[in-house]
Design a protein around this ligand. Structure first.
Ligand SMILES: [Zn+2]
Length: 143
């Protein structure tokens, strides 16, 4: 069984990094949190790794990761850009995907607090943060 670790960075755009067994997976590529979440919900092909702009083909990825689930196990078959197969505990994976969401919201809050005095107070409202996060929009100070 492989161990997945997910890290979230605000630099200042929100970025995710995946580590398997302690090693960063495909560091040249961006991680789509949305695709990662969807991949936990059903079998299929998911473009978890993509270009910074969100279009996987832009950075040369033509095949998504094939994800299969059993009751307790999630398999990842990566073929592009490298051939790799990973086996994860399905429920640990789900927990980590949920946990990083919370960590990311915390990061966005910190970033907003540090960024700019002109950030409107209402942006600290949790619902607004959630919306920012759902769209994976880079939080920017509004004038
Ligand atoms: Zn691009």
């Amino acid at each position: 069984m492989n161990q997945l670790q997910i890290r979230c960075q605000a630099t200042p755009a929100i970025r995710f990094e995946l580590y398997v067994d302690g090693l960063r997976l495909l560091p040249a590529y961006c991680v789509s949190y949305e695709q990662l979440v969807r991949s936990t919900e059903a079998d299929g092909q998911y473009y978890i790794f993509t270009c910074q702009c969100g279009v996987p083909g832009c950075i040369g990825i033509t095949a998504g990761i094939t994800v299969n689930h059993t009751d307790t196990i999630t398999h990842w078959h990566i073929t592009d850009p490298v051939q790799q197969t990973f086996v994860f505990d399905r429920y640990k994976l789900l927990d980590k995907v949920q946990l990083v969401r919370k960590q990311c919201i915390k990061l966005i809050k910190q970033q907003l607090l540090q960024s700019d005095a002109s950030v409107e107070f209402e942006i600290f409202d949790d619902e607004h943060l959630q919306a920012l996060f759902d769209g994976l929009v880079t939080p920017t100070a509004r004038g």
